[in-house]
Design a protein around this ligand. Sequence first.
Ligand code: BJW
Length: 256
Amino acid sequence: MESSIRFSEQLLQQFRQARHVVVLTGAGVSAESGVPTFRDAQTGLWARFRPEELASPEAFRRDPRLVWEWYAWRRDLVASVSPNPGHLALVELEKRFPVFTLITQNVDGLHQRAGSGARFPVIELHGNLQRTKCFEDGQIVESWDENGELPPRCPRCSGLLRPDVVWFGELLPSEALDAAFAAAGACDLFLSVGTSALVEPAASLPFRALAAQIPVVEINPNPTPLSSLATYVLSGPAGELLPALVQALWPASGDA
Ligand code: BJW
């Protein structure tokens, strides 16, 4: 079906000429799958808490069970939803460019479930909800004794277990971060999709591209600190704009 969304010819030309496209995604890309964004008000059981106050080593030290249960709830939620048309359009983009780098701040694994990463690995800046590690030494743990204790304990050292995600005040995985900054400074086109562009160091990635005179496209229904500096701002939901972009670039490719 033809989309009614129109893009400027200049923007479409930037895509047609690009050899290396970088996309940075945030929680907004999963919103249409039913995963609440990080800075949305929480609902139900978790309405009393702000995510910023749960995603830190201090919060975990203060109340490890609360933080473990929040992540367990989110793991279950993510398992119950599916990738949306925005995720699928990014899979299509990966197929179309000689080099494509998908950098995500999301820990939900929905890009990989959609099929991203087949040609170029998805760079996960903030880890992944599905992995668990020891709070004491950071070693990944695959299995543990399910004796009802929450959080469970590390089978090696009896330390508490935690999700393998990056909390405030923690360092991002250096290999992923280096690869992300290298790609941002060396691509032909940079897209920032569904992120509030508030959390560092990920928020600096589009600015690395801009500093290298690389055009930056922002896709977001709401303005962010990047909006006034981005080369193009496409205001709307990723699940509509990304498939429409694929359709505009490659009309024969179906509804992607
Ligand atoms: C849609 C949509 C639709 C809705 N379609 N869009 C420099 C200056 C100031 C502070 C710092 C700094 N450097 C470091 C810091 C400290 C801190 C930081 O950045 N703080 C700021 C908040 C001020 N950073 C860190 O601590 C980082 N570590 C670090 O830098 O270590 C070295 C260091 C430490 C301390 C001091 C100095 C240096 C680590 C950051 C780790 C972030 N971790 C989290 C949690 C991960 C695990 C989990 O998920 O629980 O990552 S926090 C949270 O924010 C999560 C997200 O990945 C991240 C970004 O959020 P995102 O994705 O942008 O989501 P939202 O909700 O904010 O926005 C959603 C957007 O979608 C909105 O714009 C909507 O409009 C839009 N949207 N529907 C498209 N349908």
